[in-house]
Structure formats: structure tokens, C-alpha cells
Design a protein around this ligand. Structure first.
Ligand code: GLN
Length: 496
């Protein structure tokens, strides 16, 4: 089969199960394709021997009669997950050449389900960014327009899925890094409830916010991956939720309780926060989002006006809390315990200084400085403590909103993908682009982005759906119902 890259996760798993192809053939095909499109900057590392060994093992399991939704399916990991057989850099020179002695929990769970690792995917340095331009290893390019960013920080994951270099990929989302790149590249991604997926083996950025999730073409494929990735891991991640594993595909294709096949979402109240639909959002994005919402009305949902009054505050709150946690997490990269060490130095202090100055890029250094400042004596109360208090109020705003609706919808990002270089000299312009994803992150709520059409320049627009805590199955059902009625998620950028 020479169009294997056009198959999604479910189709590829079925093709392997029915012996129309093999896992080895699929892996070889996708590896060749990834190399052919190396200029997109999606991948940072391959280990072909490892990929093929995993694929062979999967084929043997298929031959022995085993079947599973991911058995033999090749996928790739954001380079923030540590992997035994491949280097892990977190997009930073600081970790260049680092090889982990163990696999992240998410990686080992996917491997146990028979998924094959194709390689490691480009990302912003330590997952700090919204465009993938902060990677120490070069930009990733949006396949819808290669002069534009794919979003970030999971930019490589988004590019790999959108350009059909992998049927699915892992990502992480601290303040929007799954949802925003999914939106920019016309793919589907879900950030589950904080604590659903183990953070064990994820290079830490802001530990109270970091969460892993799948990125794929469809909500159905995301549900399949999430069912494997999520689950308690209490011994290794103290913030891992002690809630049982779930089958997140269980509601797909089923009408909601009391609804019919013709109007499967009857009874669903979708809340539209007025703060997400104001002047801050580009008109082309709003038009696509509104068209998607009328599709939801046809499916039986009702739209309700709500308010998340502290939406604007989520930017300063996040950009205090995330750098504070980052400054603490990144202190381990000192050239001794972890990371790059400068070649020449006269004393210990100079060794630390030079190692960290050489190893960290400008955005990471900026965040370490901000974080150190807001945690310092005299400023802690004014900044960090205040930000924590407002974070709680933001979570309460959602609780209040969820008394009026079952889930919340709006744009995932205020604009379509911007040009490479357009915002790279202006960190604040980057931060402002996170406005619609940060609130759910601060509240720990599950959120996703679903392809919802196109804006200016025929660039993809994502519809963001935010659910109540632990209601990923309903969120995915709602996204899947939309995808059964539309084909935005099936469209491929020209030439891919
Ligand atoms: N863009 C946000 C930041 O730069 C979010 C990043 C993320 O979710 N990892 O911090």
C-alpha cells in the first residue's frame, strides 16, 4: 500500500489487523515520508532500528491473533517525554545528547499497547512558547503555509499529524500547547483534566499545569490514544489522579441520553463566554467558530450566553505562576546534576553561570528571571500569592458557568497561524495569543481543539471545547458528533 500515510489511527490499526499491511511496512513508509519532508522541521530524532524492532514485535502479536486499537500503529512523541531508545532534548541545547535510562509513563503505556515509536518531535524549549520558534533546533513549519508557524509548544507534533508524517502524536499542554497548535494546523487535540495522564518522565515546565494528551486527525483517534495514555500512576507522580482507567471511546457515535440519532446532541447546553467573542478575536476566526456553532445547533445543542469575567486576568496570572514553577524546576540544570556544562570556567559560580547561559535560550532565561523575581522575598505576596488567589477565582468562574451549561465553546486562539518571525521579537505578543487556552489550564479543566473551517489565507481555525472536570468522554463525544457531520478534520494541506 503506498498511501498508508493517509490512514488515521483506526484505519491503520484495521489494515494491520486484516493483514492488508504490516506494522513494519507502515513504519518504513512513514519514516521514509518523514525524511522526505525533513524541511518541515517536525522531527528531531529517529532510531530506525528501534522503530522496526517494535514494529516486528507488533506484527508477531498480530500473527498470534492478538488485536488492539493501537497494535502496530506508528506514532511519535513530543521531545519532552523521556525515551530509553532515543535522545530527549526538550527542544533545548541544555539537554542536547541526553539519553534517558527510562521511558515516561505515557510512552511505556503506548508501547505496551503495541504502538510503534517513529521518533521524537520538535517543540519549544522546555515547552515554553506558542510558535515552536523557541526550539534550539530550528523552527517547525506549518504545512498549510510553510512560511507560517504551526503554533506551539507542541509544534512538531502538530506538523507531523497535519502533514501526514504520523497518524497521531503525543503532546503536552501547560497553557495551550496541545490546543493552539492543533488549531493552527487543522488537527484535533485534547488536554485532559489535570492529573489524568502521569507526568512521570515528562520534562517538567510548570508542574501544577503540565498535562499530556494526544493529537490526531479526529476526536475518535484522540479518544483511542487517551484511553491508553491516561490512568493513575500514584507511586511515580504525586499529582496523578486516583481515578480508574476509562474507555474514552465509549460514548462515540451514541446520541446523548434522551436524544435521537437525527439530533444526537439534543439537550446539550453549550456556553459561549462573551469574553471569548469580543474585539480581541479576529473576525475571520469568529466567523468560522460561529459557523461551527450553528452546526452544533443543527445537532440539537442549544447555545447559552455565559461569562468568564476573569478571562483577561488569566494572562498575567499564568505568566507569574508558570515562570515561578519553571524557575524552580529548571534549577536542576546546572551542569552538575543535569545538563550542558561549559567547557571553560575558573570557579564553581562561573561554571554555573556559563553552563546555564550557554544551555538555555532567551525565552527560558527570561522566564527563569521572572520566576525568580516573583518568588523572591518581598515580591512573593505581591505577585505569586496574588496570582494563586486569582487562579482560584478563575476556577470558581468556571464552576459558576457550569451551572448554566454542560460545556463551553469558543475559539482556541484569537488568530490563524502567524508568519515565522512576525512575533519573535515581542514576547508579550506571544503571551497574548494564549488568552483563550489559559483559563481552562489554570482551572485544571479538560479542553480540546477541533478543526472548524478556515480563516484568512485558507488557514485552519480550531473550535475550542472545554468540559467539566473528568468529563473527557462527553467532550470527545461532542467533538466526534461534529466530525461525523462535517469534514474539516479530513482535509489535507495541499501537497501532503
Ligand atoms: N504558550 C504558553 C507558554 O508559552 C503555553 C505553553 C504550553 O502549554 N506548554 O507558556
Amino acid at each position: 500500500m503506498n498511501d498508508l500515510h493517509q490512514l488515521g489511527v483506526a484505519e491503520l490499526a484495521a489494515a494491520i489487523r486484516h493483514k492488508k499491511t504490516s506494522s513494519v511496512e507502515a513504519a518504513q513508509h512513514l519514516l521514509a515520508r518523514a525524511r522526505q519532508h525533513a524541511s518541515l522541521g517536525a522531527y528531531l530524532a529517529f532510531n530506525e532500528d528501534l522503530s522496526l524492532a517494535q514494529a516486528k514485535a507488533a506484527d508477531a502479536r498480530v500473527a498470534a491473533g492478538e488485536c488492539g486499537p493501537l497494535l502496530g500503529v506508528p506514532l511519535a512523541h513530543k521531545d519532552i517525554f523521556v525515551t530509553q531508545g532515543l535522545p530527549t532534548t526538550a527542544g533545548s541545547k541544555m539537554l542536547q545528547g541526553y539519553q534517558s535510562p527510562f521511558d515516561a509513563t505515557v510512552v511505556s503505556k503506548l508501547a505496551a499497547a503495541g504502538a510503534v515509536t517513529l521518533g521524537k518531535l520538535n517543540c519549544d524549549e522546555f515547552a515554553m512558547g506558542s510558535s515552536n520558534e523557541n526550539s534550539a533546533f530550528g523552527v517547525a513549519r506549518n504545512p498549510w503555509d510553510t512560511q507560517r508557524v504551526p503554533g506551539g509548544s507542541s509544534g512538531g507534533s502538530a506538523v507531523a499529524v497535519a502533514a501526514r508524517l504520523a497518524p497521531a502524536a503525543t503532546g503536552t499542554d501547560t497553557g495551550g500547547s496541545i490546543r493552539q497548535p492543533a488549531s493552527f494546523t487543522g488537527i484535533t487535540g485534547i488536554k485532559p483534566t489535570y492529573g489524568r495522564c502521569s507526568r512521570y518522565g515528562m520534562v517538567a515546565f510548570a508542574s501544577s499545569l503540565d498535562q499530556a494528551g494526544p493529537m490526531a486527525r479526529s476526536a475518535a483517534d484522540c479518544a483511542t490514544l487517551l484511553s491508553v495514555m491516561a490512568g493513575p500512576d500514584i507511586d511515580r507522580d504525586s499529582t496523578s489522579l486516583d481515578s480508574p482507567e476509562e474507555d474514552y471511546t465509549r460514548l462515540l457515535g451514541k446520541p446523548r441520553e434522551g436524544a435521537s440519532a437525527a439530533q444526537p446532541l439534543k439537550g446539550l447546553r453549550i456556553g459561549l463566554p462573551k469574553e471569548f467573542f469580543g474585539a480581541g478575536c479576529a473576525p475571520d476566526v469568529l466567523a468560522a467558530v460561529r459557523a461551527a456553532l450553528s452546526e452544533y445547533e443543527k445537532l440539537g445543542a442549544t447555545l447559552v450566553d455565559i461569562s468568564l469575567p476573569r478571562t483577561e486576568l488569566s494572562i498575567p496570572v499564568y505568566y507569574v505562576i508558570a515562570p515561578a514553577e519553571a524557575s524552580s524546576n529548571l534549577s536542576r540544570f546546572d551542569g552538575v546534576k543535569f545538563g550542558h556544562r561549559a567547557a571553560q570556567y575558573d570557579n564553581l559560580t562561573e561554571m554555573y553561570k556559563k553552563s546555564r547561559s550557554e544551555g538555555f535560550g532567551p525565552e527560558v532565561q527570561r522566564r527563569i528571571m521572572i520566576g525568580t523575581y516573583v518568588l523572591s522575598h518581598g515580591y512573593y505576596d505581591a505577585y505569586y500569592l496574588k496570582a494563586q488567589q486569582i487562579r482560584r477565582l478563575i476556577a470558581q468562574d468556571f464552576q459558576q458557568a457550569f451551572t448554566q451549561c454542560d460545556l463551553i465553546a469558543g475559539p482556541a486562539a484569537p488568530t490563524v497561524a502567524w508568519k515565522i518571525g512576525e512575533k519573535s521579537d515581542d514576547p508579550v505578543a506571544n503571551y497574548l495569543a494564549d488568552i483563550y487556552t489559559l483559563p481552562a489550564s489554570l482551572a485544571g479543566l479538560p479542553g480540546m481543539s477541533v478543526p472548524a473551517g478556515f480563516g484568512a489565507g485558507h488557514l485552519p481555525v480550531g473550535l475550542q471545547l472545554i468540559g467539566k472536570h473528568l468529563r473527557e468522554a462527553e467532550l470527545l463525544q461532542t467533538a466526534d458528533a461534529f466530525q461525523r457531520a462535517t469534514d474539516w478534520h479530513l482535509l489535507t494541506p495541499q501537497g501532503y
